[in-house]
Design a protein around this ligand. Structure first.
Ligand code: ADP
Ligand code: MG
Length: 592
């Protein structure tokens, strides 16, 4: 016998709908606070008991609900926020589906108390199946929603909840996300009657930075730059971490589109690309960014919890974000290299340690590659610069903005003189950038030059490492390495990238394998390959404490002039600091 079709009860229909958006206490908190924000509130108080399982209460001073609408507020598909399809395409409120209260009401015991203007205050109690009850209640203008015993009638859901502590930490994180995008609103959060968080209203820039520090930590607030950009009908504002404040996870990345927090691959890609060349390897930038865009340009109705959006003109949005951030980061470097004295010095020491393991440093110190075997482009540059030496001095100075090398300080810095004054160059950092750019170019044009080893070299690896290497033979070939598997724990190298001749091959190959292990198939993405080239470049760059001759130093300066982004190393530290004569005069308080 076939089953017949029947209509679900409205309770069951609501519970099914709730399944999509009300996953845990934090999702209730989100829906309620979003309603308070949509109602123009200035103060929002959140009371949580037992991680939200016993009580979630949100009280606001917004415009409240008209007494005649109170009953409707709990109906599914009942909303004051849109009326027709045109409105649906122009959404500026956080809610619009009219489903949240109905969903929450179907899986809890809910009380909604509200006062609108000078109308009387009313309370509506709702208990799943039971009748809605309305009674008068004293309440200032605004609304309070109390949600008791979440999931009491859907035990399956309740089973998926974690400890009170964990659920409360989800609530905290959620409030943080909402509070970041609503700086003018005062938030108070209590857990089991104890005040846990209080985010004060922030109006001025200083107050906003203070609030950012409270929400995201003082370290981020002091090491972030505020950006504001406009173009293509959009605005982007917010905070970006300085490149050296990178993180090992993507846990400090908040992106809002018209005040709504979204996770969007297009956006994270744009940001990642903008940081690509100033961040090292497995580091993530931190940011809190707000994009303002015409509501008609973005569809917010594509995800149950509205975490995702769809842009009408994807490429335009991507390019705008990419460009705004790239420009902001580029300005940073101009600023840091032209005001070396006043800019706060950021200790790079931890990063420094990060990217060159001690054993590599030791190996490199012993086995320092000769500069003559180093960057091909430096050698190509040298005849050029001797040729130009015959031309007029002034012209030369313009063509060589980094000037003439004069001296090497402590084996670390090159001191040069140009037409404006003094130029200081961090030799290792600069060289690393040059090698990196060069490798990128060579790789992108498939021009990595291979060198055959006279005597094939046997590398001893773990079985797992050897397996990974073997599985990525093609990739290794694309960067100049060819080898054959000789045994469970051995491979034999036959060719290597020429640019790496003289380096410690075993360390390098192992590093590449560990990159592959971590990033797997995504290695094929250009970004991952660039990271890897970063590893190569770092190993390959001339080490500090190498004594360079003046022609070698000049060759390095010329190579820098012809290299993109050579004013910063791969980790975002400056490679060049210039001091004009005027700067020097100031230092010596010398009037002219
Ligand atoms: P939506 O937010 O999608 O409209 P909800 O179910 O969340 O749907 O809320 C239904 C309606 O109840 C809202 O459209 C709004 O008119 C009213 N409402 C809910 N919460 C509040 C509040 N805190 N202040 C004022 N009105 C509210
Ligand atoms: Mg809502």
């Amino acid at each position: 016998m076939t089953q017949r079709i029947q209509k679900l009860s409205s309770l069951l229909a609501n519970q099914i709908a709730a399944g999509e958006v009300i996953e845990r206490p934090a999702s209730v908190v989100k829906e309620l606070i979003e309603n308070s924000l949509d109602a123009g509130s200035r103060h929002i108080e959140i009371d949580i008991e037992a991680g939200g399982l016993r009580l979630i209460q949100v009280r606001d001073d917004g415009f409240g609900i008209h007494p005649d609408d109170l009953m409707l507020a709990l109906d599914r598909h009942a909303t004051s926020k849109i009326k027709n399809q045109t409105d649906l395409e122009q959404i500026l409120t956080l809610g619009f589906r009219g489903e949240a209260l109905a969903s929450i009401g179907s899986v809890s015991r809910l009380q909604l108390t509200s006062r609108h203007g000078d109308r009387e205050g009313l309370r509506l109690s709702f208990d799943g199946n039971l009748q809605k009850e309305i009674s008068p209640a004293a309440h200032p203008v605004g609304t309070t929603v109390a949600v008791h015993d979440l999931f009491y009638n859907t035990p399956a859901r309740r089973k998926f909840l974690r400890s009170e502590k964990t659920e409360f930490s989800h609530v905290e994180e959620l409030i943080k996300r909402l509070a970041l995008a609503a700086p003018q609103i005062d938030f108070k959060l209590k857990h089991n009657q104890r005040l846990v968080k209080h985010y004060l209203q922030a109006h001025s820039q200083a107050e906003q930075t203070q609030r950012l520090a409270t929400l995201c930590g003082a370290a981020f607030a002091t090491q972030a730059i505020f950006i504001e950009a406009e173009g293509a009908g959009m605005q982007l504002s917010g905070w970006l971490s300085l490149p050296h404040f990178s993180r090992t996870t993507n846990d400090l990345q908040y992106f809002y589109v018209n005040q709504r927090l979204v996770r969007d691959r297009l956006i994270s890609h744009a940001v990642k690309m903008a940081y690509q060349d100033v961040l090292y390897r497995d580091r993530y930038p931190a940011y809190v960014l707000f994009l303002t865009i015409a509501p008609a340009e973005v569809d917010v109705n594509v995800h149950p919890a509205k975490h995702e959006v769809r842009f009408r003109q994807r490429q335009v949005v991507h390019d705008f974000i990419y460009k705004s951030i790239t420009d902001a980061l580029a300005k940073l470097h101009e600023a840091s290299s032209s005001h070396p004295i006043t800019s706060p010095s950021q200790p790079p020491s931890n990063i420094e340690k990060n990217w060159t393991p001690p054993e590599v440093q030791a190996a490199m110190a012993k086995n320092a590659p000769l500069l003559s075997s180093l960057p091909i482009s430096i050698q190509r540059q040298m005849p050029m610069s001797t040729h130009h030496a015959c031309t007029m001095h002034a012209v030369e100075q313009d063509r060589q903005p980094l000037g003439e090398a004069r001296f090497q300080l402590q084996g670390i810095y090159i001191i040069a003189e140009n037409s404006k004054g003094l130029v200081l160059v961090d030799m290792h950092a600069a060289h690393e950038r040059i090698v990196y750019e060069q490798m990128k170019q060579a790789f992108d044009s498939q021009a990595i030059v291979q060198q055959h080893l006279l005597h094939p070299l046997t590398l001893h690896l773990s079985a797992r490492e050897a397996d990974v290497a073997e599985a990525h033979t093609e990739f290794f070939a694309s960067i100049g390495f060819t080898f054959s598997r000789m045994g469970v724990e051995q491979i034999m190298l036959r060719t290597i990238p020429e640019v790496f001749s003289g380096g410690p091959l075993d360390v390098l190959v192992r590093d590449i394998i560990s990159d592959l292990l971590q990033h797997g198939q995504s290695m094929r993405a250009q970004r991952e390959i660039h990271r890897l080239l970063g590893t190569l470049a770092c190993h390959h760059a001339v080490r500090a404490h190498r004594i360079l001759t003046v022609p070698e130093m000049n060759a390095l300066l010329r190579a820098m002039e012809s290299t993109d982004r050579s004013n910063q190393c791969n980790h975002g530290r400056p490679t060049i600091v210039s001091l004009s004569l005027a700067d020097l005069d100031k230092l010596f308080m010398r009037g002219r």
